[in-house]
Design a protein around this ligand. Structure first.
Ligand SMILES: Cc1cc2c(cc1C)N(C[C@H](O)[C@H](O)[C@H](O)COP(=O)(O)OP(=O)(O)OC[C@H]1O[C@@H](n3cnc4c(N)ncnc43)[C@H](O)[C@@H]1O)c1[nH]c(=O)[nH]c(=O)c1N2
Ligand SMILES: CCCCCCC(=O)C(=O)O
Ligand SMILES: [Mn+2]
Length: 491
């Protein structure tokens, strides 16, 4: 039974939102015209070995890591070059067949699920690092280059690409979702780190969003096409190359963990650290439930309490001063157990465990699939939003750990979805309620996972009917036949 209190906020804001959410249904797309002669033309374009209609391959490409229902494409194509991507796009456009770009399938909003069937275009075979300009701190990669492989390749140069969503995602998939993660508080998100993109448009034309070969740090040359494609989730074109910023590996790194008796103390500390102007590299909150999952899954023995995980990057000189300033703030707010950790192996183990929190939380209920909230609010509203969220979780009597990138005002509630539909309805209502609160407090329903198939109804609420109409106009301009990843972002 859901408590009346649980729905109080929902009722205060708008019951209509909840009804709209419950009855939200994706507008049915025209079924794909994938005939055998169409598949033959794909084989001619990319070679027999690069076209698969096997059920297992279609299943594998019909979902990401989220709980969303699987939607298999009719056919999966593996591209090996920009020319092949262009030919496939042209063929799909001519026959009005849906075309869904696929990076590595680690998304969390059903971005790759083929809602209307069609062709899924897997770009993992295009995995070359095109160039590294160490002296300019940038590099250019093909769409199948993965984040961890890029950083291994860069290691000897003393450079790295710090944006880290935890999962080993493709760099171009990260561009497509505007990913971020634990290091964004210092290094920004994909939006701040992409200098140029090569994109194949649905009609097969190839563009460079900042101009061919351009990789300058600043430009005021016209509309920002690059950032139109960052976060476009495969709905405007296929990203076939990305030029991104690199950074020097930090000379010194300090990690630390501390815990608090109350959520208020922990989150007040976060706000004060951010307002003090200290540049944190990571500033993560894990609530008591998250710590329980963390201990169990990764074999730690941390106090089960509201916790902060922190990391500092910088020159050896002065970094300990920053640590000590933060230490003072933590202690002033009642924080306990803070210790400096500089041992590299222990640090790696800690962050690996943090990145596995999705699996740690879902393991709390075996067989469950994760449903995620991803709100982001201005930092001053963070204490209010986290405290209300935790109160609602308690009232709803669901097991839902809270964790996230609080230095950015961004956090997740991990809602393990099971076969118990009653319980799932409660989870979805809770997720909606949290998103509505964030939006009321000048925040967004998604800081980093994107809209995908799961949050279209929230985007409508977030940017309003005129905003949505403008997005639809933009979509029409790039993709007049509506073939690119239909049903995503705007339904
Ligand atoms: C355990 C765990 C933990 C996290 C996350 C995942 C998992 C499994 N994520 C989410 C995820 O890693 C993130 O969304 C990636 O950016 C997705 O990259 P993929 O290559 O897997 O794209 P994937 O293949 O999943 O595609 C995602 C979307 O991008 C589109 N796309 C992919 N490649 C494209 C291309 N070349 N051109 C055009 N469109 C393309 C797809 O069509 C789809 O809409 C995350 N994220 C985050 O920001 N912060 C975090 O903290 C985490 N944490
Ligand atoms: C489905 C749960 C998503 C939250 C976990 C992934 C994530 O973004 C993280 O920070 O961890
Ligand atoms: Mn995250």
């Amino acid at each position: 039974m859901i408590s009346r209190c649980f729905f109080r906020y929902l009722k205060q804001t708008s019951l209509a939102d909840y009804v709209a959410f419950r009855s939200f249904s994706r507008s049915q797309q025209t079924p794909a015209a994938v005939t055998s002669s169409f598949i033959d033309s794909l084989r001619t374009a990319v070679g027999d070995n690069n076209v698969s209609t096997s059920d297992a391959i279609r299943e594998q490409h019909g979902h990401d890591e989220s709980h969303h229902e699987v939607y298999k494409p009719d056919v999966v194509v593996f591209a090996e070059s920009v020319e092949q991507v262009s030919k496939v796009a042209k063929l799909c456009n001519e026959k009005k067949v849906p075309l869904i770009p696929f990076g590595s399938g680690t998304g969390l909003e059903g971005g790759v699920n083929a809602l209307s069937g069609g062709v899924t275009l897997d770009v993992t075979k295009m995995n070359q690092i095109v160039e590294v300009n160490a002296e300019d701190f940038d590099c250019t990669v093909q769409p199948g280059v993965m984040r961890i492989a890029l950083n291994s390749y860069l290691r000897d140069t003393g450079l790295w690409f710090p944006i880290d969503p935890g999962a080993d995602a493709s760099i171009c998939g990260m561009c497509a979702t505007s990913a971020s993660g634990t290091n964004a508080v210092r290094y920004g998100t994909m939006r701040e780190n992409v200098l140029n993109l090569q994109v194949v448009l649905p009609d097969g034309r190839v563009i460079h969003t900042a101009g061919k070969g351009k990789r300058c740090r600043k430009t005021s040359a016209g509309y920002n096409l690059t950032n139109l494609f960052v976060g476009s989730e495969g709905t405007l074109g296929i990203i076939t190359q990305a030029t991104i910023k690199l950074y020097g590996l930090p000379e010194k790194t300090i990690a630390a963990v501390c815990h608090f008796k109350t959520v208020q103390e922990a989150v007040d500390t976060v706000v004060q650290i951010m307002q003090s102007g200290i540049t944190m590299a990571k500033l993560e909150f894990l609530d008591d439930k998250a710590i329980e999952a963390f201990n169990k899954f990764s074999k730690y023995n941390m106090p089960v309490a509201q916790s902060l995980f922190l990391e500092f990057h910088g020159p050896a000189l002065g970094l300990e001063d920053q640590f000590n300033t933060v230490k003072d703030l933590i202690e002033l707010n009642g924080g306990l157990g803070l210790q400096m950790a500089t041992d590299e192996d222990e640090r790696k183990r800690l962050w690996k465990a943090r990145h596995e929190m999705l699996w740690a939380c879902t393991a709390l209920i075996p067989g469950s699939k994760p449903y995620s909230t991803d709100i982001c609010v201005p930092i001053s509203h963070l204490p209010e939003v986290i405290i209300k969220t935790k109160q609602w979780i308690d009232e709803a009597k669901v097991l839902a750990p809270v964790l996230g990138h609080v230095g950015d005002g961004n956090f997740h509630v991990i809602l393990p979805m099971t076969l118990d539909t009653g319980q799932n309805e409660i989870m979805k209502a809770l997720a909606l309620q949290i998103a509505l609160l964030a939006m009321d407090l000048n925040g967004t329903c998604t800081g980093e996972h994107g809209i995908g198939m799961g949050k279209c109804h929230l985007l409508e609420k977030e940017i309003g009917p005129v905003g949505i109409q403008v997005l639809k106009d933009v979509k029409k301009c790039f993709d007049p036949n509506g073939i690119m990843n239909p049903g995503k972002i705007i339904s």
